[in-house]
Write a protein of this length. Structure first.
Length: 382
């Protein structure tokens, strides 16, 4: 019986992995403009040929457009109509570029360029758009959205490997909703296919790494990365309570060269005290000043106050700090929070990796600095 259970568990694991690889190769379905709700969207196929298929409650109809045909600009509202017919969904398929923008408040967002298949569907009084993107275009788009201002190929290669690995381990994240990932920071930032000044460098970097992923013990890792470590990375269990054997905390001098190395926030002592009173902590100004001087100057996961333990990640979210690596002090009636880094601090620091790339390090050396005991393989070898 025990052997049977083990075999069934192994079979289930292999099935899930096989499904992830299949979805990976066919290209992820990405929920676009996920960070905002919108009831108006404009879509246009820039050039070439395409097919539009509209699904109504009663029928399905399609339209074919050739290279020489006029390509209309479609404007959709929350009730999703095409030629006055209410639609359950509209699907546009093309090998060329689809541009899309949405109404945010009273203004149109910037256009985002996509390649692949775009599905628009109503969601309550709003719209949702899901784009099915070829894998190389998706990874290149993530790399640009995450760090496209850098011209360093080695950084882009390291980011491509981590982004590809992260995707492979998260393809089931939103499967029940009809897509795999979102295009915002809750998944990976993706603002369309590369279209900035470093687009060609990024595309070349992605192609250079082929289908390479990072693994530990023959399994894809969770490819954590963040903007800037503040000079010191941290471990995942410090932030999220989960230990991972391939993560490590390192002194990171490379991040100190980045624009997001330091930041500062000023909080009124009354606002600071009001928050802590909700946590059962009541201290006078002099007590806070004394406590601040006792705080360790390195990264911490918790603060011990009056024999109580408080997780810094929770405090960070409340005050909207850029990181949990902080050194506060009291100036009169103001708490001055001197912070270091940007993001959770786990895994690869993007700005640190950029500086390593400009200093001659390869993408493998960059990842080996921020992680430990990694191996690298291609998706087909899993």
């Amino acid at each position: 019986m025990k052997l049977t259970c083990i075999l069934l568990a192994l079979l289930s694991l292999l099935t899930v992995q096989g499904q992830s690889i299949k979805a990976y190769k066919s290209g992820p379905r990405v929920l676009t403009f996920a960070e905002q709700e919108y009831g108006r969207a404009q879509v246009k196929v820039k050039s070439g040929s395409y097919t539009l298929v509209a699904y109504t409650p009663d029928s399905v109809f399609s339209m074919e457009y050739g290279i020489d045909d006029v390509h209309p600009l479609y404007t959709f509202r929350g009730d999703l109509r095409l030629n006055r017919a209410a639609c359950d969904s509209i699907v546009i398929s093309t090998d060329d570029t689809i541009v899309m923008r949405v109404m945010h408040g009273k203004k149109w967002t910037r256009e985002r360029p996509y390649m692949g298949q775009l599905t628009i569907r109503p969601f309550l009084i709003y719209l949702e758009a899901i784009v099915k993107v070829p894998i190389s275009n998706y990874i290149a788009g993530v790399v640009e959205a995450e760090g496209g201002l850098s011209p360093e190929p080695a950084y882009h290669q390291a980011q491509a490997v981590l982004s590809r690995t992260w995707l492979l381990t998260n393809l089931s994240k939103h499967a029940k909703d009809g897509y795999h990932v979102k295009d915002d920071q809750s998944s990976q930032a993706f603002k369309g296919v590369p279209h900035g000044k470093n687009a060609s460098i990024i595309q070349s970097a992605v192609l250079a790494t082929r289908d390479s992923i990072a693994t530990y013990d023959n399994k894809p890792i969770i490819g954590f990365y963040h903007s800037n470590s503040g000079g010191m990375t941290t471990l995942p269990h410090v932030v999220w309570s989960k230990e991972l054997p391939y993560c490590r905390a390192v002194i990171d001098p490379f991040s100190k060269k980045g624009s997001r190395y330091e930041w500062q926030q000023r909080i009124l002592l009354s606002d600071w005290s009001a928050y802590w009173s909700t946590q059962g902590v009541s201290m006078e100004a002099e007590e806070w000043s004394t406590y601040f001087k006792s705080i360790n100057s390195t990264r911490s996961s918790h603060w011990q106050i009056n024999e109580q333990s408080f997780k810094l990640e929770t405090v960070r979210r409340h005050f909207k700090w850029k990181s949990g690596f902080v050194s506060p002090l009291l100036e009169g009636e103001t708490v001055v929070v001197n912070g270091y880094g940007f993001g959770h601090g786990v895994g690869m620091s993007q700005q640190g990796a950029m500086y390593m790339g400009s200093s001659g390090f390869t993408w493998k050396e960059i990842l080996d600095f921020y992680f430990k005991d990694l191996s690298f393989t291609v998706v087909d070898n899993l």
